[in-house]
Design a protein around this ligand. Structure first.
Ligand SMILES: Cc1cc2nc3c(=O)[nH]c(=O)nc-3n(C[C@H](O)[C@H](O)[C@H](O)COP(=O)(O)O)c2cc1C
Length: 224
């Protein structure tokens, strides 16, 4: 629908509109502040020689539940991307409020082969099905096998600087302290989320419940 005349004038007065290809005209790019909060994928990988790498990715999410598929997008030729390409494996670790500073340390641009897990004084714990270790202090980690590595292209077909890594979750570790009656207690874990183009973060500390229309609240079940 295209708005014209008086309606268009009112719209323009109330809303800032821009076409990203032509610039946003604001002090900071608002996209990352609007697509917020974003979960942070704290991704551990190893290179072909087994050297550990750990880095945070907020262009991260889950895309399928059965099977569970998650992904993270690299906006440069990162070590995480190179390692995922070389080994076909990565591990997602949940970042919590308590781990915020350590997560930040692991975002530093360091030469390839430097172990950010050691740099942040985080103990590794062995994975069961893949080579990259998980972060022992994280309340939840997913062992993943790479499904697809997809360089992203723009509408006109030109390559962007982003490459999406999608992986299938083949193993899940959950600290039992955060399991309450078979449910992962998100509010107790206090996940950290990325919020803006500046240095903004949020912590999930409070939840509320709302059932989908016509659907009973999901039944609690063991296993499955
Ligand atoms: C909270 C947070 C989220 C980040 N998200 C991304 C992201 O989604 N994509 C990206 O390319 N870089 C992201 N970065 C920057 C990378 O973590 C950084 O470039 C890091 O050095 C990459 O490490 P690597 O080369 O070991 O993979 C993020 C940094 C922080 C602190």
């Amino acid at each position: 629908m295209t708005v014209t005349g008086e309606a268009a004038a009112q719209e323009a007065a109330a809303f800032h509109f821009y076409e990203p290809a032509k610039g946003h005209g604001l002090a900071f790019d608002p996209i990352k502040s609007i697509v917020a909060p974003r979960p942070i994928g704290w991704i551990s990988t190893v290179d072909a020689e087994g050297r550990v790498n750990l880095a945070p990715y907020s262009f991260f999410n889950a895309f399928s539940s059965r099977p569970p598929i998650i992904g993270f997008s690299n906006e440069r030729e990162s070590d995480s991307l190179a390692n995922a390409k070389a080994t076909g494996e990565f591990v997602f670790n949940l970042v919590t409020a308590r781990l915020a500073s350590a997560m930040n340390v692991t975002s530093e641009l360091v030469p390839r082969g430097v172990d950010e897990m050691a740099m942040a004084e985080l103990a590794p714990a062995p994975s069961r099905l893949v080579k990259p270790p998980r972060v022992a202090a994280s309340p939840a980690s997913f062992e993943c096998k790479v499904l697809e590595i997809k360089p992203l292209t723009a509408l006109d077909g030109t390559p962007t600087r982003a490459t999406l890594v999608l992986g299938q979750v083949i193993g899940v570790h959950i600290d039992k302290a955060y399991l309450k009656e078979g449910v992962f207690d998100t509010a107790a874990a206090q996940p950290l989320a990325r919020c803006g183009s500046l240095s903004d973060y949020a912590v999930v500390r409070e939840l509320f419940q709302m059932s989908r229309p016509g659907m009973a609240p999901p039944a609690r079940k063991a296993g499955g």
